[in-house]
Write a protein that binds this ligand. Structure first.
Ligand code: DHB
Ligand code: MG
Length: 223
């Protein structure tokens, strides 16, 4: 079992369970054209986020880390027409690519891309008195994951769901000697979640076209 097999299996299930979507397919092509790294979630994980948002009945979604907007479109497609998705991107050129992709997917009325350091944008959002987010997807710079969790907890309610991407990091997450700050971020946020009595969480290890990684899923039980 290896990467080649995982990629073929991703493709097979994608062909049978997902199918084409002009907005999503165009976004992937435009991201390549714009020279963005192909670090978007794979289609099956995008669909997983989409289903989770629908199961949750989410109306307000926060995404930390937009990049080209691929997962943004998956999540946006789960919202009702009066729903709202705020997504945070540090790089203005990348945000422009995402905005174009989101508009072509027909989601520009419900999706807002905010440009700047996510920690600053989060402070801004907190000061606006918006209703709590039903779902938060954290997929930005990994060393800040403990800080993003803290903000996510301030901006959600009991019953909200928080998903953190790239938590397994090819298994390095279990290596206590690992000094890579991406791995340290994953370990630290996992321990913070596990020791918080208001949170119920688990991990979904994944293999596929994007190698070996995983989602950490959190249900906010209390606050
Ligand atoms: C990287 C970031 C991601 O969010 C991801 O899913 C894969 C890789 C990265 O920065 O290398
Ligand atoms: Mg990611």
């Amino acid at each position: 079992m290896d990467m080649e097999m995982w990629t073929k299996v991703d493709q097979w299930f994608g062909d049978h369970l997902i199918g084409p979507d002009d907005g999503l397919d165009r976004a992937l092509a435009k991201n390549v054209e714009a020279g963005l790294r192909a670090i978007n979630v794979p289609a099956n994980m995008g669909k997983f986020l989409h289903l989770l948002a629908r199961i949750q009945g989410a109306r307000q979604i926060l995404e930390i880390g937009t990049q080209g907007g691929y997962s943004t479109i998956w999540l946006g497609r789960a919202l009702p027409s009066d729903g709202r998705l705020i997504t945070l991107e540090i790089n203005p050129e990348t945000a422009a690519v995402a905005r174009d992709n989101i508009a072509h997917a027909g989601l520009d009325r419900i999706v807002e891309v905010r440009v700047g350091r996510a920690l600053d944008s989060l402070e801004g959002i907190a000061s606006e008195g918006l209703p709590p987010f039903d779902l938060v997807f954290i997929d930005a710079d990994k060393p800040n994951n403990p800080n993003y969790l803290e903000w996510a907890l301030k901006l959600t309610r009991p019953g909200s769901v928080i998903i953190i991407d790239n938590i397994v990091r090819s298994g390095y997450v279990i290596d206590a000697e690992e000094t890579d700050q991406n791995v340290v971020g994953a370990r630290t946020v996992t321990k913070l979640i596990g020791s918080n009595p208001n949170l119920s969480a688990t991990v979904l290890q994944t293999v596929g076209a994007k190698n070996y990684d995983g989602f950490l899923m959190v249900l906010v039980d209390g606050s």
